[in-house]
Design a protein around this ligand. Structure first.
Ligand SMILES: Nc1ncnc2c1ncn2[C@@H]1O[C@H](COP(=O)(O)OP(=O)(O)OP(=O)(O)O)[C@@H](O)[C@H]1O
Length: 250
């Protein structure tokens, strides 16, 4: 595939909640095999953007397409959505299940894989994120926050998805553990040749993960470019945002 083949396209997407117009004709594409990081202020609509691609929210206008097919709202077997592995902000592990069953959840329940095979696949995925096989039998609560996030990453990649979504993958982690997670994300995205879309407030994470950066504000993408473009301050607001500068007088 050519470098610029479009995998996911948000086309003139509008989304409002009551009077709150969150997305106002959003146009955005994620290219095959590339890692796109969406940044923007709190409440700018980053999570909504991802939820629309997952079919968890219905756009009021426009549409999201995966492989050129419109994502169906609320349809669990949508072929586009079925390709997505997702790492949620909190890790979102089930405490009642051992680690391996958390990792293998999709294989066991969506793919109805045999238990022994699913366990073997889970252990393989845990090894991919540098966790030993003895972690597999533990409960998530027995693990540190960084290990839990690695388990969540193993769960996101176990079914070898073509698309990976990362929602604030480093939130709540110390900088060194966050860097480990970022590096594991890069490794997994490369190994799978996946298209990755991440949303983050963590600028170190952005720098490690991103091939490209998109800046969301007032319901639209205001700037898009690579890290060189960020550093060259191509867009003053992006420059302020990335530097953590409040750009109005107080
Ligand atoms: N289900 C919902 N019902 C009503 N309003 C919602 C719903 N989901 C999101 N919103 C609103 O949409 C806006 C965008 O929310 P979203 O979670 O996408 O922001 P975000 O950019 O991800 O923010 P943050 O960086 O703080 O996580 C917010 O004003 C939020 O209150």
């Amino acid at each position: 595939m050519a470098k610029d083949d479009v995998k996911i396209a948000w086309k003139k997407v509008t989304k409002r909640f009551g009077d709150n117009l969150v997305l106002d004709g959003l146009d955005l594409v994620a290219y095959q095999g590339r890692s796109l990081v969406v940044i923007g202020g709190s409440g700018s609509g980053k999570s909504v953007t991802i939820k629309l691609a997952l079919g968890l929210l219905r756009p009021d206008g426009g549409c999201v397409e995966i492989d050129g097919r419109k994502v169906a709202y609320g349809k669990e077997d949508d072929p586009g959505v079925a390709q997505i592995g997702m790492l949620f902000q909190s890790g979102a592990l089930f405490d009642s299940l051992p680690v391996w069953e958390n990792v293998a959840f999709r294989l066991l329940h969506a793919e109805r894989m045999d238990k022994d095979e699913a366990r073997a696949r889970a252990i393989e995925a845990l090894e991919q994120v540098d966790l030993d096989a003895d972690v597999a039998a533990k409960r998530p609560a027995e693990l540190s926050g960084g290990m839990q996030r690695r388990v969540a990453l193993a769960r996101a990649v176990v079914a070898k998805p073509a698309i990976l979504f990362f929602d604030e993958p480093t939130t709540g982690l110390d900088p060194v553990t966050a860097d480990l997670i970022n590096q594991l994300i890069v490794k997994q995205v490369k190994t799978l040749g996946a298209t990755a879309v991440s949303i983050t407030h963590d600028m170190a994470s952005m720098r490690t993960i991103a091939d490209e950066v998109a800046y969301l504000k007032d319901g639209k993408i205001r700037w898009r470019g690579d890290l060189d473009g960020v550093d060259a301050c191509e867009h003053p607001e992006v420059c302020d945002f990335v530097a953590g500068r409040y750009s109005r007088e107080v």
